[in-house]
Design a protein around this ligand. Structure first.
Ligand SMILES: NC(=O)c1ccc[n+]([C@@H]2O[C@H](COP(=O)([O-])OP(=O)(O)OC[C@H]3O[C@@H](n4cnc5c(N)ncnc54)[C@H](O)[C@@H]3O)[C@@H](O)[C@H]2O)c1
Length: 337
């Protein structure tokens, strides 16, 4: 029995590579329609996945579906989400939630007013390692978190496709694209403690080097207008601090994706998962041989959205939490002017 009719808005890389395949595996879901400003692309994707309806405008889609998956460039997340929610349609919106805090606030209010689901695509929270770390910290396994270190580092991986290097469409570069995932995950693991201060700085010199070396295709170094590297130091009112760094292009020896939390009683490294303790004259590191849960975090995220829409399951990624991530990014940008 069909329980949820879905529409897809903006059917580029992430919609066709992750979301449409994931939702098509879920029982009770009908892939009902697509909309993209590029009508040829919309038709192509509709054919590829046997989706019966190609809308000429988003409003047409809202009339036929219960929920939409919004995968447009970041600039349009706000207007599309609000329009869908006002039409009574649940929304899954890709990350980052929006470009400004004010736009995020609008989205939160629209969801509350319409009493509809608004989930943001922070799929790192659905990784098995993240879920395990959440359980560990919640059960007191590391005591009180003190110092968080986040490195979401790519040595030379500026996306050479799409509009990722266009500030007016995306709002920013590596922070909006990559760093936001790890920032969101760290805040969630800490249980979103109140923030005392954010200090940050962005950089853009390395990607402008005319001697372009890039592993993810070529981009136009004369038009790129987003940051390729950012750092931040976040202080929480409970005394904990976060050292954060993200890049698309940096003169470092290798790519690195780490999130570690040192607490009063122990520490956890999320990728790869390991728990550190020191007691009884020993320093120990425990690694996981196997972690339970869904290996495909995109599918886990999609199932969770369907459950929230059809059964009112409490959201793992709450709208106000996604808003806070965008607000921190906005603060880093403001300080970097
Ligand atoms: N969660 C993740 O790890 C992840 C990974 C990649 C992208 N994303 C996010 O997904 C979104 C899309 O990224 P992508 O890589 O699929 O980009 P893309 O460029 O491949 O696709 C975007 C699509 O949106 C369409 N579009 C543009 N403006 C539109 C509008 N106003 N209305 C309808 N359609 C419109 C384009 O024609 C294109 O087909 C971005 O917000 C990005 O941050 C998330």
């Amino acid at each position: 029995m069909i329980q949820l009719k879905l529409g897809f808005i903006g059917v580029g890389g992430i919609a066709s590579g992750r979301h449409i395949p994931a939702f098509s595996k879920i029982e009770g879901v009908e892939l009902a329609g697509v909309y993209d400003v590029n009508e040829n692309r919309a038709k192509e994707v509709a054919d590829q996945f046997a989706i019966p309806f190609v809308a000429k405008e988003a409003a047409e889609l809202f009339k036929r579906v219960d929920a939409v998956i919004i995968c447009t460039p970041n600039k349009f997340h706000h207007e599309m989400s609000v329009a869908a929610l006002e039409a009574g349609v649940h929304v899954f919106c890709e990350k980052p939630m929006a470009i400004t805090d004010a736009a995020c606030e609008d989205m939160v209010n629209a969801a509350e007013k319409a009493k509809r689901v608004l989930q943001v695509g922070y799929h790192y929270r659905f990784k098995k390692e993240s879920q395990a770390a959440k359980r560990l910290i919640a059960s007191g396994g590391i005591g009180d978190p003190l110092v968080v270190r986040v490195e979401a580092m790519r040595r030379r991986k500026v996306p050479g496709w799409g509009v990722f290097t266009n500030k007016s469409l995306q709002g920013g570069g590596c922070l909006m694209d990559y760093g936001c995932h790890l920032l969101d995950l760290a805040l969630w693991l800490l249980d979103f403690p109140e923030i005392e201060s954010v200090h940050g700085q962005t950089y853009e010199m390395v990607s402008r080097d005319p001697d372009q070396v890039n592993q993810w295709g070529l981009y136009d170094a004369t038009t790129i207008d987003v940051e390729d590297h950012a750092t931040a130091y976040i202080k929480f009112k409970n005394g904990a601090t976060m050292l954060f760094e993200t890049s698309w292009a940096a003169n470092v020896p290798e790519d690195k994706e780490t999130l570690s939390i040192s607490g009063t009683q122990g520490g956890v490294n999320v990728f790869p998962y390991a728990v550190n303790h020191a007691s009884q004259g020993m320093m120990t590191t425990t690694v996981a041989d196997w972690i339970s849960g869904e290996s495909d975090e995109g599918l886990a995220q999609a199932r969770h959205f369907v459950a929230a829409c059809t059964s009112g399951t409490e959201l793992i990624v709450k709208p106000n939490e996604a808003r806070l991530v965008s607000s921190i990014i906005e603060q880093i940008y403001k300080q970097s002017k």
